[in-house]
Design a protein around this ligand. Sequence first.
Ligand code: COA
Length: 341
Amino acid sequence: MRIPEVRGGLRSAVICGAGAWLPPRIVTNDELAARMDTSDEWIRTRTGIRARHIVSPGMPTSHLAAEAGARAMESAGVTEIDALVLATTTPDRPCPATAPLVAHKLGLTGRPAFDISAVCTGFLYALSVAAGLIASGAAAHVLVIGAEAFSTIIDPRDRTSGVLFGDGAGAVVLRAGEPQEPGAIGWVELGSDGSLADLITVRAGGSEQRTAVVPQQPADAYFSMIGKEVFTHAVKHMTQASLTALNHAGWRSGEVDLIIAHQANLRILHAVSERMDIPRNRLVVHLDQVGNTAAASIPLALAHAQSTGELFTGARIILTAFGGGATWGATALTWPAIKVE
Ligand code: COA
């Protein structure tokens, strides 16, 4: 590893590249309505989602992650990475972690690589851990990827979850830098509440199932969610975490240019912006095209916002998410001058 000398204590992690990748296959609401009891109108009015990208056969999460990771490294102009952190809910296999395989695909064999499991908050957890690796001097460049093949854990008969989720991957490269630089990762507010574990879950496939006194049901192999309760907790925790992150940054709500929130549901995004007293037109909305892509959602939304021109150099942005666990998080940063691939 090429670790620059640490002068004057801890270093900051600074975003120096970003990239994203979506599987080419697009599934519209009408296509879903043709195979399950739902409609474009129901999906659009309840969620804001119009379409989502879905993986094709032979395209596991590691494929998506490597595509996004390669683009982020190209954007950063780096070929050397000291560590890879992958946030995912849908690893290629329950064991081992997917990150070492992604590192291998990217020509980074030998570097530390590990998965983070925090469902839709995964990217913010990964960002925080990666920033810690840089701050401690353990790494100078870290590749942070959020990647999901979420469609693979959805029960094809479940119309409630089936319409919400999509697949994709996004990534950023962090480098060692100074806290005042654009792109510097400051305070990352993170939290969890395990008493809410049943709100968003895949019950089977782990030690709980293998030690179960009462055998589990076939449906337990799939994702399940208590949507209404998730909605309430998501709004509350994303708002609180964002306000705390704003406080750490020393910004008032009115100074925020963009909220780049986990793209779960348009109504959740609207509720968060209202509670934060930030106008709706400062919300980045990408879920209409990709649905909820869990850990990939925030880096995909960053890439989307940069491509539309909403995200500009120097923009003051809030990143926030809520997900299974329950987990939540938020951070405030100034967007750097980078080209997103
Ligand atoms: N198409 C048509 N009807 C559907 C449907 C679908 N895809 N899914 C559910 N319904 C039906 C329900 O069966 C119910 O019918 P009923 O009134 O006859 O019982 C009706 O629509 C209302 O269902 P309900 O669950 O009350 O809807 P809702 O307004 O709460 O919306 C969610 C459901 C899932 C869209 C909403 O709760 C939500 O977005 N929650 C947050 C989910 C989320 O973002 N999770 C990820 C966070 S990380």
